[in-house]
Design a protein around this ligand. Structure first.
Ligand code: C5P
Length: 220
């Protein structure tokens, strides 16, 4: 449509969430954290006692289609329960990755994701924003970083929150999640053909944000 969308896709812990949210803030655009939708779906499925596998695909998709999710000033609600922190654990990320490989679940979340495209514009963060959800977006960025950098960032995040962690376990987990996300049959994680690839291994948040906004201005 006419409403501009900037897509920022990339692997786990590449910094896309932080960069996308800051780009949105600076431009005064809305922000779509599509990963949160998969995380919440997985959380809701687990709470409903459903094992996340193909046998339960239809039932989990049903849950996803009617997800009573509410995003409010950085907080995320599932019906009346605040799940902001509960969906951020490594386990929740791994469950989100499992749920997101189920094609009916992906389909069930399309309308909800499209509903974020409103004026004055949207910054959308995920794995398939540029390839599947907003294929006509005028700017698509694929934000990467080496596995070593990503594991180190995740490690520092956890330690700063007082959560104990082990760098090599974190690295193994994020590589397993990337492999699943990149190799699934529906909407695999990959750069869109017209995506600009940005390696975030050695950039500060501000440098990455400036680069994305620079590309955006160059297109106007
Ligand atoms: O970005 P985040 O780590 O929150 O995403 C959690 C999981 O959700 C990813 O590992 C991926 O499997 C899935 N996801 C997806 N498509 C998106 C966003 C996230 O499949 N657009």
């Amino acid at each position: 449509g006419q409403i501009p969308v900037i897509c920022i896709d990339g692997p786990t812990a590449s910094g896309k969430g932080t960069v996308a949210a800051e780009v949105a803030r600076r431009l005064g655009y809305r922000f779509l954290d599509s990963g949160a939708m998969y995380r919440i779906t997985a959380y809701a499925a687990t709470q409903a006692g459903l094992i996340i596998d193909a046998t339960h695909e239809a039932r989990i998709a049903e849950l996803a289609r009617a997800l009573p999710v509410h995003f409010d000033e950085g907080k995320i609600w599932l019906h009346k329960q605040e799940v902001t922190n509960a969906i951020r654990t490594e386990e929740a990320g791994m469950n989100a990755s499992k749920v997101s490989a189920l094609p009916l679940v992906r389909l069930a979340l399309v309308d909800l994701q499209h509903s974020f495209q409103r004026l004055p514009g949207l910054v959308a963060d995920g794995r398939d924003m540029g390839t599947v959800i907003f294929p006509n977006a005028p700017l698509k960025v694929f934000l990467t970083a080496s596995a070593e950098c990503r594991a180190e960032r995740r490690y520092k995040q956890l330690i700063s929150k007082g959560i104990s962690a082990n760098i090599s376990d974190l690295r193994a987990d994020l590589e397993a999640r990337d492999a699943r996300d990149a190799n699934r049959s529906v909407a695999p994680m990959k750069p869109a053909q017209d995506a600009l690839v940005l390696d975030n291994s050695r950039l500060s948040v501000d440098e990455a944000v400036d680069q994305v906004i620079g590309w955006w201005r160059a297109r106007q």
